[in-house]
Structure formats: structure tokens, C-alpha cells
Write a protein that binds this ligand. Sequence first.
Ligand code: G1P
Length: 292
Amino acid sequence: MSTPRIRKAVFPVAGMGTRFLPATKAVPKEMLPVVDKPVIQYGVEEAREAGIEQFIFVTGRGKHVIEDHFDHAYELEALLEAREKTKELNSLLESLPDTGSVSFTRQQKPLGLGHAVLCAQHLVGDEPFAVVLPDDLMVGKPGALKQMVDAYNEIGGGVIVAAEEKTREETQRYGVIDPGRTRGNITEVRGVVEKPSPADAPSTLCIIGRYILPPSIFLELERRERGAGNEIQLTDAMARLLGHVPFHAVTTSCARYDCGDKVGFLQANIAVALERPDIAPALKRMLASLKF
Ligand code: G1P
């Protein structure tokens, strides 16, 4: 039997973004711009590159502008057309997902990442799917999810997470992997634990916000068991799949910027701008002139 294709991606975007107040009082954190695109759009483009056809957003109160962002803006488009601002018009149209490819559901209570994914169960159905945490901005070619889908096809299914080495002190902020054998950039996963204390972390190889999951994850999430922070943790549900399905971590060649953190967000802006030929020369001059 051939490995089923990954057609759907879930984007948990219900978080309140309290770390970015007051900016996120009326604007969802996923809509904050990295250079000139909202953070969420990078995640969607990465997913599209990986072959994703259905984009499922798990939103919450006050997140409706995300829906507007992925819809036509008729007045704006008409105005840009009338003024012959073709470049700007094209940038809007290019970022529009295909008709019928976007769905929204709500996480009514902030009960954790596992709960957010569970909220998408009825839209995912009985097939393997990807989860993209847009706060983790991945920059590189091929994109992180594409590299993971390639690994998934090579292995022939199961759970795939993206991973990155962190310092021991940082392990308390992540899902941490108990690693088995490594071949190339793929490591067997023997165990995962959510936000362990540094002394208890099984390694310093941490999960970052990209996942490929089998539909059987929903059976585990449905148990609604609380874990770290008294939340329903995706990591705990994945841990219960160990031994039942293959489980691997992919260390992608992409750079990862944590846009959920102020310094990470600034770093993402600078890194992405430095890759842009229209901005990089002026930015480099500006950075060189900064005095600390
Ligand atoms: C979530 C996951 C964690 C993972 C992290 C990656 O944590 O629960 O396992 O390592 O994303 O960014 P959060 O950042 O939501 O606390």
C-alpha cells in the first residue's frame, strides 16, 4: 500500500498573544508583519510548497481578520487596478488560497495545543495531516514542511516532527526528544516529554512547530488528559503513539525564528529583510551605522 499523501494542514491560531501587548490587543499576533507579510502567511506559503491543499485554521475570539486576510478585498483590488498598481495587486492575488481550500473552526477554551488540534478533527477526518505552528517561522529552501513530507514519504508514514538542538537550559520551553539512531537528518524517536526541567530532559533535541501526524492521534487527544501547565498536550498524545507507528524527527536545513518572542520576532524581521534584494542594501547600511 502506498503512503497516503499529506493534503491538509492545521494552523492553531487561537493564542492570545499576551507577550506582545499592547500590539495584540486588537490585532492577532499571527497578523503582525515580518517585513511586509503577516507571520501566518509565511506558514501558509510553506505548507502550499509542501503540497498542502486544505488549510484549516483553529481560531478564537478576535481572530476574524485572519479570515479577511485570506479572502478577496474587492474595494482594495478595484482601487489598485484603477490606479494600475499591478505589482501590489498581484501580491494580494498571489497570496489568496484557492476557492474552497480554507476552513476555520474555533477553539472555545485555551486548553492547550493538543486541544487545538482536536478541534480540527471533523475537518481533517481519517487521513494523515500536518500541523504548522505559525509562531515558528522557518526560512530556507526547500521549506521545512516540504523536507518533512519528503522524509515521511521515504520512511513510509508515521509521526514526523521537526527538531532542533537547544541548550539544556532551554529544554524546559519545548517538547524534548529521547533520540535513537540518526541517519542523515532523520532521527528515530524513542520518547518525547513536554517541557521537562533541564535536569530531567532526555536530550537537548527539541521539537519545533511542525508535525506530520496520523489520524490515530485524535483517539489519544480525545482522552483529554492534562499534562504540563495543566493543558492537553500534543506531545503527550504523540508519546502514546510510540511503538504503534514509526516516529521520527527531522532536523531541517531551515533557520527557525521564534516569532512568539520579542527578540525572535525582531530577528525574523532582520533575517527575512536581509534576504530581500529590494531592502537588504539599505538595511545593511542602517545596521552598520547603529551605535550600541
Ligand atoms: C509547543 C509545543 C512544544 C514545542 C513548541 C515549539 O509549545 O507544546 O512541544 O516544542 O510548541 O515551538 P508552546 O510554544 O506552545 O509552549
